[in-house]
Design a protein around this ligand. Structure first.
Ligand code: ZN
Length: 233
């Protein structure tokens, strides 16, 4: 299978669904990771342009760990809007990755880049299948099912599907630790140690489904998006 995960910022995928991506890779899937914003405002002591460069490198290093392809950083943080320009970008991303399913943020996550990413992925993954909607790539053949990953901190998120990631929690941690620029920033700005944050949520979701560590997802349930087969690993 081909799997596309789209986060708003360079480290969102690592925090919420990297265990599942590592597990997908193990079963032979092709993995595409993307982040729509370049992460240029996730810091306080590095100029935005320099920070965006650092974060691109960090994201590439993380993707390398599971042999995933990565593309992203199309818009500065907080300059991602649900408009024609960004929608076309996401359509091309989907046409390039040709996913069997997509993972992205939930529409009610905590900040605007996340909620806009969610909306854009939902809209673009439908439009990407229309040949008469022309962009730089040919139309995708499938309206892909979409899974929403965990909200930040697990707030207001009741998973309907779980993925046991016991064997992949170490990989998930390694991927997250590639985002070194964020360790200090999240401690200062959000008062969290991101490894503890990620592990606590993975453990909590594990408790809910009798696993040591797990990731929770909600499927976007509308006509045309539901497959009778289980797609998550
Ligand atoms: Zn984010």
């Amino acid at each position: 299978m081909r799997v596309l995960a789209v986060g708003a910022h360079p480290d969102d995928i690592e925090l919420m669904c990297a265990g599942t991506l590592a597990k997908c890779k193990k079963r032979g899937d092709e993995i595409f990771m993307s982040y729509l914003c370049n992460g240029n405002k996730g810091g306080f002591d590095v100029p935005p342009e320099e920070l965006a460069k650092t974060r691109k490198k960090e994201a590439e290093n993380s993707a390398k760990i599971i042999g995933a392809e990565i593309a992203g950083g199309f818009f500065p943080d907080l300059e991602l809007f649900v408009d024609d320009d960004s929608r076309r970008k996401v359509i091309d991303l989907i046409r390039m990755a040709r996913p069997d399913f997509v993972i992205t943020h939930s529409p009610d996550d905590y900040m605007t880049d996340h909620t806009n990413t969610s909306r854009l992925v939902i809209d673009a993954s439908f439009i990407a299948t229309l040949p008469n909607y022309e962009t730089g790539y040919p139309a995708h053949k499938l309206i892909p099912p979409v899974f929403f990953m965990e909200n930040a901190g697990g707030v207001n998120f009741i998973p309907t599907e779980y993925v046991d990631i016991k064997d992949f929690i170490g990989t998930k941690e390694k991927m997250l630790l590639c985002h070194q620029s964020q360790y200090k920033w999240l401690l200062e700005h959000d008062k969290i140690d991101y490894v503890d944050f990620m592990k606590s949520i993975s453990r909590f979701r594990g408790i809910q489904c009798a696993a040591l560590y797990a990731e929770g997802f909600c499927q976007y349930r509308v006509w045309g998006r539901i497959s009778p087969a289980r797609l998550l690993p």
